[in-house]
Design a protein around this ligand. Structure first.
Ligand code: HH2
Length: 331
């Protein structure tokens, strides 16, 4: 019988098999697995954003990236004008994006922080221009509570906080009160410092411990577990080997009963391996995305939706983790 994975991985019935599977893949996280598998986990293939269930069945969801910035590491300057950003977001939705992630401030290594007013001026017109024209949830990539609040007020429903609620003490209550979903991402340091000297003794164990701490902090602040998404933060305070190790360790993070998001698209570590500049990393990204799908990612954050949706569909069709989730083919 096929191992139950993917959309069934949170079932009470399957938790011991999941634990066994994760145990086989991870040497360092045994005690965490024992702890979590002793808890009853609900059957869930969804997360909640402002009371709406965002679910998946046969493949991970695709989060399409729209950067309304001048200096993003790949598309900086391209969608700086609101009408261009809106047109690009509509294009990504047309290509099959399940979520649109709008960012007004670059988080690339060494990026110059921008003011709250500047960030608001960049993203609000884009949300306003999109919200009545797309059905997919709109996510906002921000660490600032006021930016989050105003974006949620006009229709966004997910806050993608790369600081995992650590940068702005008011962020957690904004999310609690609006019942938005939140992405809690791991980062060592800040975008200004993170690539200076990343250091871990066991990157997988440290990221898992960080997730436990941040999930506890979010729950304590009143955010429901069903609204929390976790992200290991590829490229955020990590050397090449740390990124590769995290991709290998991905299955072990499912023990926290939260969906996993991965942002691998065109990142520097892919560039190092394939030895190509940022505009030539789509094949390297495709390989990393396919492996992430097989290793348990539920949401894949990408710049190239049209390409990566085929990669995600094919990887899911081939993956034992997803193939038990009700895929049906005519032939
Ligand atoms: N990566 C980037 C930005 N936001 N959010 C999450 N949750 N996970 C990620 O891996 C992630 C993220 C960097 O990509 P991009 O937005 O294209 O670049 P920039 O930060 O330079 O705008």
């Amino acid at each position: 019988m096929t191992e139950p994975h993917g959309c069934y991985q949170w079932s009470v019935a399957c938790s011991s098999k999941i634990a066994l599977c994760a145990f086989e893949r991870s040497h360092s996280l045994v005690h965490e697995l024992e702890h979590v598998t002793s808890q009853a986990a609900p059957l869930r293939n969804w997360f909640s954003a402002k009371g709406r269930r965002i679910s998946w069945r046969t493949r991970p969801l695709i989060m399409g990236v729209v950067n309304v910035t001048a200096d993003s590491f790949y598309d900086g300057g391209r969608y700086r004008a609101p009408e261009r950003a809106i047109a690009h977001a509509l294009e990504l939705v047309g290509q099959g994006a399940d979520i649109i992630d709008i960012g007004g401030e670059s988080t690339r290594p060494g990026a110059t922080p921008i003011s709250e007013e500047e960030e608001l001026a960049r993203i609000l017109p884009v949300i306003e221009g999109l919200v009545h024209h797309v059905k997919v949830p709109i996510s906002i990539d921000t660490t600032k509570s006021r930016v989050a609040q105003l974006a949620l007020d006009i229709g966004a429903s997910i806050i993608n906080d790369v600081s995992a609620l650590r940068q702005d003490p008011a962020m957690a209550s904004v999310i609690t009160e609006s019942d938005a979903a939140v992405v809690l991402m791991h980062m060592q340091g800040t975008p200004q410092t993170m690539q200076l000297a990343p250091h871990y003794s066991d990157v997988g164990a440290e990221v898992l411990q960080f997730f436990e701490e941040r999930v506890d902090a979010a729950l304590l602040a009143g955010i429901a577990r069903t609204n929390i998404i976790l992200d290991p933060g590829f490229g955020f305070g990590k050397l090449l080997l740390h990124n590769l190790e995290l991709l290998r360790e991905l299955p072990s993070f499912s023990v926290l009963n939260c969906p996993l998001l991965v942002g691998l698209s065109r990142k520097g570590f892919i560039g190092h391996i394939v030895d190509r500049p940022v505009d030539q990393r789509e094949w390297g990204t495709a390989a990393a995305v396919a492996l992430a799908v097989d290793r348990g990612a539920h949401i894949v954050r990408v710049h190239d939706v049209a390409m990566m949706i085929d990669v995600v569909k094919m990887a899911a069709a081939l993956s034992p983790r997803w193939s038990s989730c009700g895929q049906e083919y005519d032939a």
